[in-house]
Design a protein around this ligand. Structure first.
Ligand code: SAM
Length: 298
C-alpha cells in the first residue's frame, strides 16, 4: 500500500502544535527532523525535540483524502495562531517493507520441515504442521525477508524444547513465537518500537500462547535476566554495539542466533562475538547471513 507524507516547516514553539494537528487529522505517525543536519526519527514517547528549525512530517495512508487533511490542518492552525500556514509539502512514498507492503507477498510458507508461518487471514494449508498464525501489523517480521527466513529455518532444525529464549528486536514476535510453537518454554521479547511489542502480544494471543510464557519489554525496561537461546535479527551496526549486552544475557553453553547481517559484514560480527561465543560458519541467502554461536562455559 502506498503512503503519503505531509511535511510542514516549523519553528521550535510550534512543532508540538503541528504534531497534534496532524494526529487529529488522521496521521498514522508524526516525526520531526532538524532542518539543519539531524536525521529524521520518531520522537520517543513523551519527549519532543526542540530544534530552532524543525520539519514536522505526518504519515498518512495512500487513500487518505489529502485535500481535506490539508484544509483541516490549515484551519486548525489558523484558529490556534491567527496566522496562515506557509506551505504543506506532499511526498508519495514507495511501498516500504517495514510498513504493510509485505501483505501482498505474505502467503502461508513452510520453513524447514515442520514450521509454517501463515497469515492470520488465511487457513493454514497443513493443520497438522507446526503453524504460527501471524499478523505483523506495523511491525517487521512476516518471514518474507531473508534475514527472518534464515532464523526460522535454523529454529526448525534446532531442538528448542524446554528452552527459555530472548528475542531481541522481536518485531512481530515471529522468531520467539515460532520457537514457542516448536516447544520452547518461555520467551522474552525486546524491541525499541512499542508497536512491535503490541504486535508480538497480539500474535501470541492469536496463537493461544499463555501470558505466563511471554514477557515483552522496551530495552530500557528489561530487567536483568539471562536465557539459553538468544535470537537477534537486527542490523549489523546495532549488533556490534549491543554485543556486550546480548552476550551478558546468554548463559554458559547457551546459543546465540544473529541475523540482519550482509555477507560482507559477517567477519566483523563473528570477530566481535568471538570474545564470548564459539562462532560457527554463517549460512547465507540472497546476500544476507545468519551467524550462530555457543557461549563459552568458563
Ligand atoms: C529486522 S527487524 C526483525 C523483526 C523480527 N525479529 C524478524 O526476525 O523478522 C528488527 C527489529 O529490531 C528492532 N530494533 C532495532 N534496533 C533495536 C535496538 N537497538 N533495541 C531493540 N530493538 C531494536 C526494530 O524495531 C525491529 O522491530
Amino acid at each position: 500500500m502506498p503512503w503519503v507524507q505531509l511535511h510542514i516547516q516549523s519553528d521550535r514553539e510550534h512543532a508540538e502544535l503541528l504534531e497534534e494537528l496532524l494526529l487529529e487529522a488522521g496521521a498514522e505517525a508524526v516525526s520531526m527532523e532538524d532542518s539543519e543536519d539531524t536525521p529524521l526519527y520518531e520522537p520517543e514517547r513523551g519527549t519532543t525535540p526542540l530544534w530552532d528549525s524543525t520539519r514536522v512530517t505526518g504519515l498518512f495512508q495512500g487513500e487518505a483524502d489529502l485535500e481535506s487533511v490539508r484544509s483541516q490542518v490549515s484551519e486548525a492552525w489558523h484558529a490556534a495562531t491567527q496566522t496562515h500556514l506557509e506551505s504543506i509539502e506532499t511526498e508519495l512514498l514507495e511501498d516500504r517493507e517495514w510498513e504493510r507492503a509485505w501483505m501482498d507477498d505474505f502467503r502461508p510458507e513452510r520453513f524447514g520441515d515442520r514450521l509454517w508461518i501463515c497469515p492470520s487471514w488465511q487457513e493454514p494449508p497443513d493443520p497438522e504442521a507446526v503453524n504460527l498464525v501471524l499478523d505483523p501489523g506495523l511491525a517487521f517480521g512476516s518471514g518474507t525477508h531473508p534475514t527472518t527466513r534464515l532464523c526460522l529455518e535454523w529454529l526448525d532444525q534446532a531442538d528448542v524444547r524446554g528452552l527459555d529464549l530472548i528475542d531481541y528486536g522481536c518485531g512481530s514476535g515471529i522468531l520467539g513465537l515460532a520457537a514457542l510453537k516448536l516447544g520452547a518454554r518461555h520467551m522474552v521479547g525486546v524491541d525499541n518500537d512499542p508497536q512491535a511489542l503490541d504486535a508480538s502480544r497480539d500474535n501470541a494471543q492469536r496463537n493461544g500462547i499463555s501470558d505466563e510464557a511471554l514477557d515483552l519489554y522496551l530495552p530500557e525496561e528489561q530487567p536483568s535476566q539471562d536465557c539459553s537461546l538468544m535470537l537477534a535479527n537486527i542490523l549489523a551496526q546495532p549488533l556490534l554495539s549491543l554485543a556486550p549486552t546480548l552476550a551478558a544475557q546468554v548463559r554458559p553453553g547457551g546459543r546465540i542466533v544473529l541475523s540482519g547481517i550482509l555477507s560482507t559484514q559477517a567477519n566483523s560480527i563473528s570477530d566481535r562475538y568471538a570474545r564470548w561465543f564459539s562462532m560457527e560458519s554463517p549460512t547465507e541467502q540472497e546476500g544476507w547471513v545468519c551467524i550462530t554461536g555457543t557461549r563459552y562455559t568458563d
